[in-house]
Design a protein around this ligand. Structure first.
Ligand code: GRF
Length: 210
């Protein structure tokens, strides 16, 4: 992890989202509960001005920015986001339902400092509708993955996974709801792991250090 960014020694998180923001809220609640020590959310950013997660951020008194992507080149849009992240002295970027691929320049601006959560046990079922993909495939266990973001889709080193059984009574909707419960536990825990600095990445492997 990089140098601490603020005078009061807190680590500054940014949340990027495009939708309802339930993972954002789980992270914010975990910080409030002291489960992610010395962290604060410096800014919440969405590519969609009407994302409910932005309203939820404002309701919590957080800085919430809409940086609209529509009609703009990806690189140009990402440059504006990177500038906003740097202006808020962000240490760690957390993608939480952010429905945009990041350009290489964005990833390179925050090496090993961008996390994503994906609702499957990667590398199975990357991309959209992962819960539906898993259900349709007929797997008996699926789950969620928090990983570092690299330049490929749903691909970087895995920090933490939680498994979820597929029940005989499930449909894709009920399965997604149970995966989401696990996401809300996994993401704060993964952030705390990364902020602790007690790990190294060996090739692709997350290796805890005591
Ligand atoms: C989650 O399922 C997450 O895994 C995926 O997008 C969804 C976002 O949900 N990347 P929410 O906006 O955090 O409720």
């Amino acid at each position: 992890m990089p140098e601490r960014c603020t005078l009061n020694a807190e680590r500054c998180l940014a949340i990027l989202l495009s939708g309802r923001g339930s993972n954002f809220l789980a992270i914010a609640d975990a910080i409030d509960a002291g489960k992610i020590p010395e962290a604060r959310i410096a800014v919440v950013i969405s590519n969609l001005a009407d994302a409910p997660g932005l309203d939820a951020a404002r309701a919590r008194g957080l800085t919430a920015l809409a940086i609209e992507a529509r009609g703009r080149k990806r690189v140009e849009h990402d440059e504006e986001i990177v500038a906003a992240l740097q202006a808020h002295r962000v240490d760690l970027v957390c993608l939480a339902g952010y429905m945009r691929l990041l350009s290489p320049g964005f990833v390179q601006a925050f090496p090993h400092r961008i996390l994503n959560i994906h609702p499957s046990l990667l590398p199975a079922f990357p991309g959209l509708d992962a819960q539906q993909q898993a259900f349709d495939y007929g797997v008996q266990v699926t789950g969620c993955t928090v990983h570092f973001v690299d330049e490929q889709l749903d691909h970087g080193p895995i920090i933490l996974q939680r498994s979820v059984p597929v029940l005989p009574t499930d449909d894709a909707h009920s399965l997604a709801a149970r995966i989401l419960e696990q996401e809300h536990l996994a993401y704060p825990e993964a952030i705390a792991r990364v902020l602790s600095g007690k790990y190294e990445i060996v090739q692709r492997r997350y290796c805890p250090k005591s």
